[in-house]
Design a protein around this ligand. Structure first.
Ligand SMILES: *Cc1c(COP(=O)(O)O)cnc(C)c1O
Length: 394
């Protein structure tokens, strides 16, 4: 007898046949330069723990201490039962760190986008969206009901052409771009994009998830990197990557932030981050404001790894950030490369279609300040061995 849920198993079998089934590995250690993955100790080239903060003793300590004071859960939606002073303290600190007047936090970067886009635009409006924008931007844009017009990746001239083509057909317009694109590690030309959006009076939003704690002075993000303070209307970020915890944020003018507090649905209808999350995020700000050491080490490590990989003959694509793609071409080669690396004790992800375009499969290496020079050298040696074995390099 068939049941009405049989189609699910058929879909899953289809994924397996097409080589698109995602087997998720199990980690049984804290995040760090090394991990225990499926029982094996491996060098970690996979996570977004750019600054090594996810298991930093100062962060762990802050989380532990606040649990004694505030417990473990917020137990309510902030707008209904009152907001803990702790969350407000984090938001004030984030605003100061980012050089804006106001900030608001969310449960994740994903929900920050779902909250933000629909409060800015609706059915009579239009969104100009970089064609490679993150899934959470795509979902937030769809949720808003606005017309979505994609512009060519990182191409301000095409953005301008699309704005001109849509002229007169909308009430309000919002341009949205990722700050750092996670598959290629390239940075959005936000200065040039701003020139276009300001010329046409289009609102500008950047999602700086991979730039928060990475780009700009001491990790202050992409707006700081391009010296665009006060010009970008909405800066979305995450506390789940370089910050090493979990959560999302929006930084901007008091009007935008107040509007999100009144109308942002994930703020109004979903509980806030837990006290230990918030305390750890405040500790991350303490660390970032005290010294640029971790951010500097991250970039030193990224430069070293990229230079050495190029010297070995690998193609590291167009990345200008610590995200380091190793371009391999076809997906089966990238998957085999990743498996061989794992045998060598290196945990690095293969990415293929549909995550990246056909013929552009790659291994993506995520560099962290947590890596020692020795770790990076071990990684480089393993890449060299596997690369020669598979005929990728000489
Ligand atoms: C990772 C990422 C997110 C999601 O952030 P979370 O805090 O993990 O939900 C959103 N936008 C972009 C561009 C990202 O890279």
């Amino acid at each position: 007898m068939t049941s009405r849920l049989d189609w699910i198993q058929q879909e899953i079998d289809g994924l397996k046949e097409a080589g698109l089934y995602n087997r998720i590995r199990t980690l049984s250690s804290p995040q760090g330069a090394w991990l225990v993955v499926d029982g094996k100790r491996v060098l970690n080239f996979c996570s977004n723990n750019y600054l090594g903060l996810a298991n930093d003793p100062r962060m762990v300590d802050a989380a532990r201490k606040i649990v004694d004071q505030y417990g473990v859960g917020p137990a309510a939606v902030r707008s209904i039962a009152g907001t803990m002073d702790l969350h407000l303290a984090l938001e004030q600190r984030l605003a100061k760190f980012k050089g804006v007047e106001a900030a608001i936090t969310f449960q994740s970067g994903f929900t920050a986008n779902l909250a933000t886009i629909p409060v800015l635009v609706g059915k009579e409006d239009v969104i100009f969206s970089d064609e490679l924008n993150h899934a959470s931007i795509i979902d937030g844009a769809r949720l808003s009901g606005a017309k979505i017009i994609r512009f060519a990746h990182a191409d301000p001239a095409d953005l301008e052409a699309q704005i001109n083509a849509a002229k007169g057909s909308y009430r309000r317009a919002l341009a949205i771009t990722d700050g750092v694109f996670s598959m290629d590690g390239d940075v959005a030309p936000l200065d040039k994009i701003y020139e276009v959006t300001s010329k046409y009076d289009v609102m500008l939003m950047v999602d700086d998830a991979h730039g928060e704690g990475v780009l700009g002075t001491g990790g202050r993000g992409i707006v700081d990197h391009f010296h665009l303070h006060g010009k970008v209307d909405v800066e979305v970020g995450t506390l789940s990557k370089a910050f090493g915890v979990v959560g999302g944020l929006v930084a901007g003018s008091p009007a935008v932030i107040e509007w999100l507090r009144q109308r942002g649905r994930p703020f109004l209808f979903s509980s806030a981050a837990t006290p230990p999350d918030v305390a750890a995020c405040i500790a991350a700000l303490d660390i970032l404001e005290a010294s640029t050491e971790l951010v500097d080490r991250l970039w030193d490590n990224a430069r070293y790894f990229k230079t050495e990989m190029k010297a070995l003959g690998f193609d590291t694509g167009v990345s200008t950030t610590p995200i380091t793609p190793i371009m391999l071409g076809e997906a089966p080669l990238a998957q085999q490369f990743s498996r061989e690396l794992f045998e060598e004790g290196i945990f690095a992800m293969a990415l293929g279609f549909p995550t990246v375009p056909r013929g552009k499969a790659r291994i993506r290496v995520m560099i962290s300040a947590a890596h020692s020079r020795d770790d990076l050298d071990q990684g480089l040696q393993a890449f060299a061995r596997v690369g020669r074995k598979l005929g990728v390099i000489q």
